[in-house]
Design a protein around this ligand. Structure first.
Ligand SMILES: NC(=O)c1ccc[n+]([C@@H]2O[C@H](COP(=O)([O-])OP(=O)(O)OC[C@H]3O[C@@H](n4cnc5c(N)ncnc54)[C@H](OP(=O)(O)O)[C@@H]3O)[C@@H](O)[C@H]2O)c1
Length: 393
């Protein structure tokens, strides 16, 4: 396999970045393909020079459905021998729910395969590249697209490389950093557009994690509401699989206080409650609550270990991405434990005053040097509110 940077491409390869960019765009047609990665593929005639025509395009819509490469091959108007396939992820070489994509590309007579990321799945991990090369197909790795390709599948990479999902934590606050009035009233700080944006965050995740206090205070449903996603007819078809398999709802409930009648339990879809191992763990067999036991986090207050919960969601449910939608206590614990990979804060242009509740329950920071620092990734206006996307430094 030859690794190339964009600046190293020759005149015949000048259109390659444009084709790979298109493949990334195709992969992003679905919110999620979990537990599989989102993958896009563009097949171009000949050496994929500028002017060479695109023969076929495809992307993977989710587990059990064909992978991006066979979709692009099936969509191709004709498949000239000597064509080039641009794939955002190394083609697979194993037979899972579908056949190996490396074989499909070889049989289709593709001469060149250009990839933007290598597959971390131990069943592939270079095997797809080796199979293609063994069949005489040239393989190129376009290194400048690796970040974009990994970003598409940051949850998939996190689950396979770190054995835990990518964690996004979402919070909403007033301009003065308050999440509710002193009496707890908080509906709604942000506007309808921000709330519909949160629906998109839910559509991208495989599990929504909340704390028992939020459930007791608000009785939220934590469901995916299709009508608020603002999708057109085509996007609805593409995302059919995700919409019919909404994210798992997870309640962290160390002491077993979750009621069987809570909306988070009774709404259609799966709900799992994590309780502290050894705590009030007797659950009637007929209970609609699926209980899992987790070890103690080992801190002064006995609570379930967040790392164990994440590892269990990755292992037992193949969760790639988790969205934490909790109050100040649990969100603060996730941040303090260094388990938040992305923080999204919606800021409403309102002042709730100093009696209001703070954004995060974190204490014990005495020196400025102890401050937990973030880097702003993006800033955008969503309706009347501001959305800030941050990464831990
Ligand atoms: N502004 C926002 O974006 C937003 C979002 C969601 C909720 N809220 C508001 O937040 C309020 C509730 O906030 P809250 O801080 O009281 O509750 P919370 O963060 O939702 O839940 C906290 C509870 O989670 C449980 N938990 C289990 N394991 C934990 C761990 N390792 N670390 C921390 N907590 C753990 C604990 O109860 P056990 O020890 O019993 O397990 C803890 O008391 C509600 O009024 C809701 O409206 C605001």
């Amino acid at each position: 396999m030859q690794t190339l940077r964009n600046t190293e491409l020759d005149a015949l390869q000048a259109a390659w970045p444009q084709h790979m960019q298109r493949a990334i765009q195709l992969a992003a047609s679905v919110f999620s393909a979990a537990p599989n990665p989102r993958v896009g593929c563009v097949i171009v005639g000949g050496n994929a020079e500028a002017g060479d025509s695109v023969l076929g395009e495809g992307w993977h819509q989710g587990a059990g459905l064909p992978h991006a490469e066979p979709v692009a091959i099936a969509n191709a108007i004709r498949l000239a021998a000597g064509s080039t396939a641009f794939v955002t992820l190394e083609p697979c070489c194993h037979t899972g729910r579908t056949g190996p994509c490396s074989s499909a590309l070889i049989e289709a007579g593709v001469s060149r395969v250009v990839i933007a990321s290598k597959d971390p799945n131990p069943k592939v991990s270079g095997g797809g590249i080796a199979a293609l090369e063994a069949a005489g197909v040239e393989v190129f790795f376009l290194q400048d697209f690796e970040d974009g390709a990994r970003r598409l599948n940051r949850g998939f990479f996190s689950r396979l490389e770190r054995r835990r999902p990518f964690v996004r934590c979402k919070l909403a606050m007033s301009l003065d950093g308050r999440t509710a009035l002193a009496n707890g009233e908080s509906k709604w700080i942000t506007g309808a557009e921000a709330r519909s944006d949160v629906q998109r965050l839910r559509a991208e995740c495989d599990a929504i994690v909340t704390g028992i206090e939020t459930v007791l205070a608000d009785d939220p449903a934590m469901t995916l509401r299709q009508a608020e996603l603002g999708l057109n007819a085509q996007q609805l078809v593409w995302n059919e699989l995700r919409l019919s398999n909404p994210p798992l709802r997870v309640v962290l409930d160390s002491r077993g206080r979750l009621s069987e009648t809570a909306k988070i339990v009774t709404e259609p879809g799966r709900c799992i409650a994590y309780r502290l191992d050894g705590a009030n763990s007797s659950v009637e067999a007929s209970s609609p609550i699926a209980v899992r036991l987790a070890p103690n986090s080992g801190e002064s207050v006995s609570r379930v270990s967040l790392l164990s919960v994440l590892e269990s969601l990755a292992e037992l449910d193949e969760c790639n991405e988790v969205l934490v939608e909790a109050g100040a206590t649990l969100s603060g614990s996730f941040i303090e434990a260094g388990l938040v990979d992305e923080l999204i804060v919606y800021i409403a242009p309102k002042l709730l005053g100093s009696d209001g509740r703070p954004l995060l329950g974190m204490s014990g920071l005495n020196e400025l040097s102890d401050a937990i620092e973030f880097k702003v990734e993006s800033l955008e206006q969503v309706g009347a509110d501001i959305k800030v996307t941050l990464r831990p430094r």
